[in-house]
Design a protein around this ligand. Structure first.
Ligand code: ZN
Ligand code: ZN
Length: 354
C-alpha cells in the first residue's frame, strides 16, 4: 500500500477534505481497482465509498475505511455525514472529471461546504513513478515486444487489418496482459496516412506500409508502442520517409533527459522532419506520459514547458503521414533519468520488409 501524504495534499489545496472520483486517481491513492465509487481524504480518516459489487474486493485492496452506498444509503448522504463528522468547511473536488450534473448534485448534498476545484493537482502526483510502478510499466512494454515478434511471423499479403489487430491482442493476453491500454491501431496502405486509423477488413497488399500501434495493461499499468513495416519491397520514397522518422526518433531519444522540457525534446524531432521536407505531415505531439492511464502528463509537445524529472516515463513517437501515399510512425517508451533516458521498448526499429 502506497504511503499517502494526505496532510500535505490538504495543505496544498487549502481544504479539510478531498473528494476523489476519477477511477485512476482512486486506484492510485487507495489501491482500489473497481473504479466505481469515491474517496474522501481527511487528515483523520481515509474513506472509500462504493457499492455491494465492490465492497469485498475493496476490503482486500485498500487500508481505507470502506463504506457501502446503496439506494437507501446514497453517496450524498454518506458524504454529508462525513463532512459533518470531520468538520469540513472546504472540500476539494476533481473539476476536470466531474460532470455538471454531478457537480449540481454535490452542491445540493453539501450546502454548507465550499467546493474547491483541484485542477490537475491529483494527476500531477502520478507523474513521477515509483520503482514498483516502473517495474509494472516495463513488464507491460515487454509484453508488447513479445507480441510484435509474433506478429512478424503472421504478416503477409491477404490477411486483414482486423486479423492483425486480433492477433496482437491475443498474443499480449497470452503473455499475461489483463487487457488493452487502448484500441489497437492497424493501418495499412493508404489508411496508414491516418495516425489513429481504426482497423478494417482491408487486406494487406504488397507495397503497403503497415502501422501497428498497440499496448496492454499489466496489473493496471499501460504499455504503448508503434512499429511500421512494409509488405514486400519498400519503394525509394517509402525508405526515405521511414528513415526520416527513425532519425527523428533517435535524435529525440538522445535529447530526452531530466531537466529538459517536453517542448525542447519535441522540437528536435519536429525540426529534423521539417528539414527533410515533411514538416506539414507531422501534426501531432511527439509523445506523452502514461501510467494507470494511457495518456498522462507531461507531454512532449510544442505546448508543454513542464520540466522533466527522473522517474517520469514518456513515449517518443514521431510520424510522417502523407495523404494519398501512406504514413509511418515509430514509438518507443522510455524512462527519464539524469543525463539521459532508458528505453523500455526492445523491438527492432530498422525497416522490416516482409
Ligand atoms: Zn501508441
Ligand atoms: Zn502513444
Amino acid at each position: 500500500m502506497r504511503e499517502l501524504e494526505v496532510k500535505g495534499l490538504l495543505e496544498k489545496a487549502e481544504v479539510e477534505a478531498v473528494l476523489v472520483t476519477d477511477p485512476y486517481n482512486m486506484r492510485y491513492l487507495s489501491g482500489f481497482s473497481g473504479g466505481e465509487g469515491a474517496l474522501l481524504l481527511t487528515d483523520r480518516k481515509k474513506v472509500l465509498i462504493t457499492d455491494s459489487r465492490y465492497t469485498e474486493a475493496a476490503g482486500r485492496e485498500t487500508d481505507f475505511l470502506v463504506l457501502e452506498e446503496s439506494r437507501s444509503n446514497p453517496r450524498g448522504k454518506l458524504l454529508a455525514q462525513l463532512a459533518e463528522e470531520y468538520r469540513v468547511s472546504r472540500m476539494g473536488f476533481e473539476d476536470a472529471s466531474v460532470t455538471y450534473q454531478e457537480y449540481e448534485k454535490l452542491r445540493k448534498t453539501l450546502p454548507e461546504q465550499e467546493l474547491i476545484p483541484l485542477g490537475g493537482l491529483l494527476d500531477s502526483l502520478r507523474a513521477v513513478k515509483t520503482e514498483e510502478e516502473l517495474k509494472l510499466i516495463r513488464r507491460a512494454e515487454s509484453i508488447g515486444d513479445l507480441a510484435f515478434a509474433k506478429i512478424l511471423e503472421v504478416l503477409k499479403p491477404g490477411i486483414s487489418e482486423l486479423e492483425v489487430a486480433a492477433e496482437l491482442e491475443y498474443q499480449m493476453k497470452r503473455a499475461g496482459a489483463e487487457g488493452l491500454s487502448f484500441d489497437t491501431i492497424v493501418a495499412s496502405g493508404l489508411h496508414s496516412s491516418m495516425p489513429h486509423a481504426v482497423p478494417t477488413e482491408k487486406k494487406l497488399e504488397p507495397g503497403d506500409f503497415v502501422t501497428m500501434d498497440f499496448g496492454c495493461r499489466y496489473q493496471g499499468y499501460c504499455s504503448d508502442m508503434t512499429r511500421t513495416v512494409v509488405i514486400g519491397k519498400a519503394s525509394q520514397e517509402q525508405k526515405k520517409i521511414y528513415q526520416t522518422v527513425l532519425e527523428a526518433q533517435r535524435l529525440a531519444l538522445d535529447q530526452l533527459s531530466a531537466g529538459k522540457t517536453g517542448r525542447q525534446v519535441d522540437a528536435v524531432a519536429r525540426g529534423h522532419i521539417a528539414e527533410a521536407g515533411y514538416g506539414k505531415y507531422f501534426g501531432h505531439g511527439l509523445g506523452h506520459s502514461l501510467g494507470l492511464f494511457i495518456h498522462e502528463e507531461p507531454r512532449l509537445s510544442p505546448g508543454d514547458d513542464t520540466l522533466l524529472l527522473p522517474g517520469m516515463v514518456e513515449t517518443v513517437e514521431p510520424g510522417i503521414y502523407v495523404p494519398g501515399f501512406g504514413g509511418v510512425r515509430i514509438e518507443d517508451l522510455a524512462l527519464v533519468k539524469e543525463g539521459g533516458c532508458e528505453n523500455y521498448t526492445g523491438s527492432p526499429k530498422e525497416l522490416i520488409e516482409l
